[in-house]
Design a protein around this ligand. Structure first.
Ligand SMILES: [Zn+2]
Length: 355
């Protein structure tokens, strides 16, 4: 049965409450189910408050202020009140003929700005995040900045890294449409050696057009696949804004289909001031008992048990056999020290009592 069709059938069964809950998939003592981390703007701010050259990473809400675009907006008669939230403002002007030039200007300035951002030399939270997961896992980023993929690139020497998925496009990704290859921005296609094209950025509008661009459609399909198999979800600095209806809907249905909501941990990393709102938002479709709220990446199981965090958790709750030694991350001064530490984590196997 084609994947799409199977997913729709499962979704229907889940809606009717006919899906049994399942235990994690384990083969040859290895956990197969992914841990999925969803990152939003808050994660990029935590990872790189300023880039290597001192540039500040704006939140989408105030991006027009940081990039000096308020004068252009004023020329079109927008008031301070209308300019309070870029996402809502952009939704309002998008696709309207009278704002065509303005929209093009905003898109160009924003795209150029993000393309030039460079991750600082010292280890960032994105390096720790990439290195806290393994090949079966995935990071879904709704951010345009290239820090996550730059962190991935400089840690490929360690190996066994998670998949990166960008449903809103990303300035650090390049695409070859002929070869259907996704790579790093400004690099050559490894197959046909043509320069990779910029991955499009998906702008915040109420009803996003996910299907007109094949690369974006592919990213949504990848996101749905990993989420529907996830045995654990972490939401890092992602507020699930009102303009992201589709993203929230995707997480909601994928969670039902995964059949693991009674056992899969759901971790939110966000600021203390957002706790009540965030708990309420996610409790609508994740089990309240499984939600934990942290303010820092250091407080998560990813930091406590990098590379084997779900394995460690399931050992404790399913096998009643907690691992004897834990190897939490430390703050390392250099990337090399962090990578050398990760190389010492070799217990990828899910431990089985009596084996
Ligand atoms: Zn190519």
């Amino acid at each position: 049965m084609p994947k799409e069709r199977k997913y729709i059938l499962l979704q229907e069964k889940a809606r009717q409450g006919n899906l049994p809950y399942r235990l994690p998939n384990i083969k040859n003592k290895r956990l197969l189910d992914p841990l999925v981390v969803i990152v939003g703007a808050g994660a990029s701010v935590a990872a790189c408050k300023v880039d290597k050259y001192g540039k500040q990473v704006p939140l989408l809400k105030n991006i027009h202020t940081v990039l000096g675009l308020t004068d252009d907006l004023k020329e079109y008669g927008f008031s301070e009140e209308q300019m309070a939230d870029f996402e809502i403002l952009f939704s309002d002007i998008s696709g309207k003929n009278e704002y065509k030039d303005l929209q093009a200007k905003l898109e160009n300035v924003i795209s150029d700005f993000f393309c030039e951002l460079t991750i600082p030399d010292e280890p960032t939270y994105y390096d720790y995040l990439v290195l806290s997961l393994t090949h079966k896992d995935a990071i879904i980023s709704f951010n345009w900045d290239p820090f996550l993929i730059q962190a991935y690139r400089r840690n490929t020497c360690v190996g066994n890294l998670p998949e990166l998925i960008f449903p809103h496009g990303n300035a650090g990704v390049g695409v070859c449409y002929d070869c259907k290859v996704k790579g790093y921005a400004n690099c050559l296609c490894p197959r046909c050696f043509k320069k990779l094209e910029k991955m499009p950025l998906l702008y915040p509008i109420g009803k996003k057009d996910y299907y007109s661009k094949p690369i974006i459609r592919n990213e949504w399909s990848r996101a749905r696949d990993v989420l529907s198999r996830a045995a654990g979800i972490t939401v890092y600095g992602y507020g699930a804004p009102v303009t992201d209806v589709e993203a929230v809907e995707l997480m909601k249905t994928a969670n039902m289909v995964s059949q693991m909501k009674d056992i899969a941990p759901f971790t939110i990393i966000n600021l203390p001031k957002n706790e009540i709102e965030q708990r309420k938002k996610w409790a609508e479709f994740y089990d309240v008992k499984m939600i934990s709220y942290c303010n820092r990446f250091e407080d998560t199981m990813l930091w406590q048990n990098p590379r084997v965090s779900l394995e460690t958790l399931f050992d404790a709750i399913l096998q009643q056999h907690p691992r004897s030694s834990e190897k939490p991350f430390e703050k390392f001064a250099s990337l090399k020290e962090l990578q050398d530490f990760v190389d010492t984590i070799t217990e990828f196997d899910m431990y089985f009592y009596g084996s």
